[in-house]
Write a protein of this length. Structure first.
Length: 118
C-alpha cells in the first residue's frame, strides 16, 4: 500500500509554468512505474507522462516538449514540470503508481487542480 499526495497546482497564465509534486507515504524505489494522469469534467482520465524505475519516460503527444516527469527515489517524490502551458492543459492532475509494471495503476492520489487562463 502507498498513499500519494499531490501539490503544486494553481492558476497560471498561458505560457507560464508550474511544477507538480507527488509525495509518497513510503519508498518508491521498488515501484515500477509512476505516472501523472489528468481529467476534465465529462472526460476520461488520460495519461500525461510516466516514468519507470529505470528512468524510461513516455509522454502524451499533446505535452511532448513542454512537460518533464522526474522521480526522486531518495525523497519518495515524483515531479511534473509543466512549461509553455496552454488553456487546454486545464484539468485535475492525478499521481498514480503501478507497483509491478503490469500496466495496472493500483494507487491514486486525490488530485490537484491546474487552471491555465488569462
Amino acid at each position: 500500500q502507498v498513499e500519494l499526495v499531490e501539490s503544486g497546482g494553481g492558476l497560471v497564465q498561458p505560457g507560464g509554468s508550474l511544477r507538480l509534486s507527488c509525495a509518497a507515504s513510503r519508498s518508491i524505489a521498488s515501484i515500477y512505474t509512476m505516472a501523472w494522469y489528468r481529467q476534465t469534467p465529462g472526460d476520461q482520465r488520460d495519461m500525461v507522462a510516466r516514468i519507470t524505475r529505470f528512468g524510461t519516460t513516455n509522454y502524451a503527444d499533446s505535452v511532448k516538449g513542454r512537460f518533464t516527469i522526474s522521480r526522486d527515489n531518495a525523497q519518495n517524490t515524483v515531479y511534473l514540470q509543466m512549461d509553455s502551458l496552454k488553456p487546454e492543459d486545464t484539468a485535475i492532475y492525478y499521481c498514480t503508481a503501478d507497483q509491478n509494471g503490469f500496466g495496472r495503476f493500483q494507487y491514486w492520489g486525490q488530485g490537484t487542480q491546474v487552471t491555465v487562463s488569462s
